[in-house]
Design a protein around this ligand. Structure first.
Ligand code: PHE
Length: 452
């Protein structure tokens, strides 16, 4: 019998699911992507909209995704097929898990390249390359990494092998144990780094940038970026949480578990902001620098810290593990499906999908150097993939999934099977999903696209 069908009892404690789901949510999205998207979108206004998006879109859609995964306890594609065989939904809805799998696959392609940067920085941290580093040298260090495709290729490949080996085993085996140690250590490290950064950096400028906003700063671009970031950061709309929902204990309150995941995710992102921005302002790094922001700021912290070599090594190791616990959830959908449907061994399925994603990743890493010319709309391949996933595929995936759950799955089935027995919580979630999250995503996405 396929392995994942036997896993029903394994995630018996709600905390195990919470750790695993947080492992998927917390990753490069929080520490690398959130600070630079915040920087590019004006700070406070973005943060405000982002928090609203987490609450009114991210959380309800996350609950819907986990809940749907719990109905049939199979991989997302078979779940929808099963619902259609039982004449509950039309078979065309199978587009939702396919789209989700495609987004996860495309995200993995560039995620692995960025995780490769983290591995490269881990190696530099261990060698003590950050010691006494100035801001201009930190920036040169990153530029020279981008200019060396061979090195990026090496680390991208190492990371992809790690992903394949981990997914090839079994997604639950050991995952929550790792995350249980990883998450608290990551939060504590970021907390300490934030204290240091705040003490040496420009705190007033940071507070003003991150927490002050004006109405005119809230543009549709900012709102669209915030929705995309919220979905990406919570790993929603890509079938990852759907797959984890399949392993959830029936008695668990999805609302409670998902709220904790959202809280942890936001906490890590805010801490990352408080680590990075005081230095960005103190060293006059360009807030709108984009993907380089985190990788230029962090070495400066460690380079000027007593014991910096050790702390930098620990931190980049944590970052790589956090990236790994996110990356494995991107492949899980297709791997579980190939395994359950065609009885292909998990390892073989993971190799197949991982190698395909590796090839796409090679094009991504070349887009930072050899192919650094605009391909479409002036965007290079990395920017294109990032925009297509965060601003198009994820919102569409999340909208379709929410519509499926809110409008097509019978209310009684949802209530009985998916969500906690508390009726008031269920009603609140259902109404928010139906009347706030879906219309908000529709309006924001389509208006954002046409660039109003
Ligand atoms: N949420 C992860 C992060 O913040 C990224 C991710 C996206 C993971 C999609 C799984 C699926 O880094």
């Amino acid at each position: 019998m396929p392995e994942s069908r036997c896993l029903q009892g394994i995630w018996s404690s709600p905390w195990i699911f919470i750790f695993a789901a947080s492992g998927s949510a917390v990753g490069l999205g929080n520490i690398w992507k959130f600070p630079y998207v915040l920087g590019q979108n004006g700070g406070g206004a973005f943060l405000l909209v982002y928090c609203l998006c987490l609450l009114l879109v991210g959380l309800p859609v996350l609950m819907a995704e986990v809940a749907l995964g719990r109905t049939v306890r199979s991989n997302p594609i078979d779940t929808v097929n099963d619902l259609s065989e039982r004449h509950i939904v039309h078979s065309a809805w199978v587009i939702v898990p396919w789209l989700a799998g495609l987004s996860g696959f495309l995200v993995l392609a560039f995620y692995s390249v960025i995780a490769g940067w983290s591995l490269a920085y881990l190696e530099r941290a261990i060698s003590g390359d950050f010691m006494g580093i100035s801001s201009s040298r930190a920036s040169d260090m990153f530029t020279s990494l981008l200019a060396t495709p061979a090195e990026m290729l090496l680390w991208h490949s190492v990371f992809m092998v790690l992903v394949i080996v981990t997914v090839g085993q079994s997604v639950t085996r050991g995952l929550s144990a790792v995350v249980k140690v990883l998450l608290p250590t990551l939060v504590i490290s970021l907390g300490l780094m934030a204290l240091y950064s705040v003490s040496v950096g420009d705190m007033p400028a940071t507070l003003q940038f991150m927490f002050q906003w004006a109405w005119q700063d809230i543009t549709f671009d900012v709102i669209l970026a915030a929705v995309g970031m919220a979905l990406f950061s919570l790993s929603v709309g890509m079938g990852a949480m759907f797959a984890y929902g399949a392993y959830i204990n029936k008695r668990m309150s999805i609302a409670r578990a998902c709220s904790i995941v959202v809280g942890v995710d936001l906490l890590v992102a805010l801490l990352a902001g408080l680590v990075i921005f005081p230095l960005v302002f103190a060293f006059q790094i360009d807030v709108e620098a984009g993907p380089s922001l985190t990788f230029v700021s962090l070495p400066i912290i460690f380079g000027n810290l007593i014991g910096g070599q050790f702390f930098a090594s620990v931190f980049f190791l944590l970052l790589v593990v956090a990236a790994l616990t996110s990356a494995i959830s991107m492949l899980e959908l297709f791997v579980a499906w190939l395994h359950e449907k065609f009885y292909i061994a998990r390892f073989k399925a993971a190799c197949l999908m991982g190698i395909l994603a590796w090839f796409v990743g090679v094009a991504v890493l070349l887009s930072f150097n050899q192919w650094d010319t605009g391909v479409v709309f002036g965007l290079n391949f990395f920017e294109l993939l990032d925009s297509i996933t965060s601003l198009i595929l994820l919102p569409i995936g999340a909208i379709l999934l929410s519509v499926l759950v809110a409008w097509f799955i019978p209310h009684s089935m949802l209530q009985n099977e998916m969500i906690t027995k508390r009726k008031s919580h269920f009603d609140l979630w259902y109404k928010v999903l139906k009347y706030i999250s879906i219309p908000a995503m529709l309006v924001i996405t389509f208006v954002g696209w046409i660039g109003v």
